[in-house]
Write a protein that binds this ligand. Structure first.
Ligand code: HEC
Length: 102
């Protein structure tokens, strides 16, 4: 009985650890007024972050915005957006977030 319980605890810990790893949002910057640009308001960036987290981590981990240049993001996002049901307005917000308004 005791052994079985321990097994469940260990398994749950492993599952939780691997799950939280792939869903980690710690590398995703939280927008502040310092990130605002002439083309991206704070609200744009905040909404973009939420859209990114909710739609882009289903098949792979969430890439950090800093992993790619704005030009690279703008090449990748059109094809990736086809994997989601995001509207073009939502894709624009998401793009503003990962490119830091560029
Ligand atoms: C249906 C599954 C799926 C969804 C949803 C998805 N992706 Fe992907 N993504 C992939 C696959 C598969 C690859 C790797 C193969 C490739 O590059 O096409 C990939 C690769 C990537 C890469 C790496 C490209 C590179 O050059 O290394 C980025 C960045 C990316 N996705 C961003 C996104 C963003 C942003 C979203 C949300 C709009 C998203 N993905 C949603 C399947 C998905």
């Amino acid at each position: 009985m005791k052994k079985a319980f321990l097994g469940v605890v260990i398994l749950t810990t492993i599952l939780f650890a691997s799950c939280s790893k792939s869903q980690s949002t710690s590398s995703l910057y939280v927008p502040t007024s310092a990130d605002v640009t002439p083309t991206a308001t704070l609200t744009d960036l905040q909404q973009g972050r939420t859209l990114y987290i909710n739609n882009c981590g289903r098949c792979h981990g969430l890439y950090s915005p800093d992993n790619f240049t704005p030009a690279q993001w703008k090449t990748v996002i059109p094809s990736m957006a086809q994997n989601t049901s995001l509207t073009s307005a939502q894709v624009t917000l998401l793009t503003k977030y990962v490119t830091r308004g560029n």
